[in-house]
Design a protein around this ligand. Structure first.
Ligand code: NAP
Ligand code: ZN
Length: 350
């Protein structure tokens, strides 16, 4: 059984997004149906719509920062009821049996099912994301939105929030640690807010002059223009953790000397070959590491949402209507967003 759903998607890398009807599975007994209210616009949506990574399967209906209200639940669903405010991030299922799943690291499960551009492991249907009127998700992958949280501002927490929270927690950022963030976009602005709320001393590396006041308001204590060699030299050997959110090729060489002894630069943006070549001397001489990190597990996502609820943290958003998505993608490429586009899904039908 399937249900027919209205969404917004693309049929090819070179096409713009447009209105598109498709089929989703109907409720299984452990499924939750969500009427989508808001969906954040992640740079990954753009990468996937345009096949930047080379593994897009069309049609693509992007969107993995989903906030909505439960509209139906399957017979075995225990934690949710009709009317609940809920979220869905980048994952809608995983194998539940492997080492990663046993450690609440579903994002590293080889059988993970992504919210879009994935294949459901039970019925082999393609998954389509949150640029749509409703979605059906296994209960285990549905998140509770803390009471009172602004729902539109909560949407970006489901990807930008958890993707920066997970490395902050894994590398134990907090009071007494120094954290730097490279790039002030969707992920970057959440990283500033979260690192600050965890008690770390926070620095922003940006290639854009003019973001200083915003960066300070968002939680940065220091701002460093990455193109300014003097400013870069002034922060040598400082950072315990650098979270690098830059989506495209960029030289890591200037950042490695700013790591402290035992420091780690964790890449969350760039997917693919790292160029130019990285010299290992600064790594070996200071037991420094370059690492990667992918979103976060479901339990960790709930932990982040609860932390944000407690600390009054949501994303700074620019609300857009669904037909404005193609312009929004162009603006994203120019880093012209403060600091996350969120689609008002009521505009899908207008
Ligand atoms: P975004 O909002 O577009 O922000 C990216 C920021 O990177 C820009 O604001 C800009 O900040 C900086 N930048 C430096 N060089 C750039 C360039 N050549 N083009 C564009 N921006 C450049 O993107 P986002 O949504 O935060 O996503 C960032 C990356 O993370 C994307 O590649 C996305 O696919 C990836 N991602 C990864 C995960 C994961 O699990 N690892 C999850 C979500 C997203 P300044 O102007 O301050 O320099
Ligand atoms: Zn994302």
């Amino acid at each position: 059984m399937t249900i027919n759903v209205l969404g917004y998607g693309t049929h090819a890398a070179t096409e713009t997004l447009a209105s598109y009807r498709f089929e989703r599975r109907d409720l299984r007994t452990n499924d939750v149906e969500i009427e989508i209210l808001y969906c954040g616009v992640c740079h990954s949506d753009l990468h996937m719509a345009r096949n930047d990574w080379g593994f897009s399967t069309y049609p693509v209906v992007p969107g993995h920062e989903i906030i909505g209200r439960v509209s139906r639940v399957g017979a075995d669903v225990k934690r949710f009821k009709t009317g609940d405010s809920v979220g869905v991030g980048c994952l809608v299922d995983s194998c539940q049996h492997c080492e990663a799943c046993h450690h609440d690291l579903e994002q590293y499960c080889a059988g993970q099912v992504q919210t879009y551009n994935g294949i459901d492991s039970h019925d082999q249907m393609p998954t389509y994301g949150g640029y749509s009127e409703r979605i059906i998700v296994t209960e285990k992958f549905v998140l509770k939105v803390p009471d009172g949280m602004d729902l539109a501002g909560a949407a970006p927490l489901l990807c930008a929030g958890i993707t920066t929270w997970s490395p902050l927690r894994h590398w134990k950022a907090g009071k007494g640690s120094k954290v730097a963030v490279v790039g002030l976009g969707g992920l970057g602005h959440m990283a500033l807010k979260l690192a600050n709320a965890l008690g770390a001393e926070v620095t922003l590396f940006t290639r854009s002059s003019g973001k200083e006041a915003d960066a300070r308001r968002l939680g940065a204590h220091n701002i460093v223009l990455s193109s300014d060699a003097d400013q870069m030299a002034a922060v040598a050997n400082q950072f315990d953790l650098i979270i690098d959110t830059v989506p495209y090729q960029h030289d890591l060489k200037p950042y490695l000397p700013t790591l402290a002894l035992n420091g780690t630069l964790v890449l969350v943006g760039l997917l693919g070959d790292l160029e130019p070549t990285v010299n290992t001397i600064p790594l070996i001489m200071g037991r420094k590491a370059i690492a990667g990190s992918l979103i976060g597990g479901i339990a960790e996502t709930q932990e982040m949402l609860n932390f944000c609820g407690k600390h009054g943290i949501t994303s700074d958003i620019e609300m857009i209507k669904m037909p404005e998505i193609n312009d929004a993608y162009e603006r994203l490429l120019k880093s012209d967003v403060k600091y996350r586009f969120v689609i008002d899904m009521a505009s899908l039908k207008s």
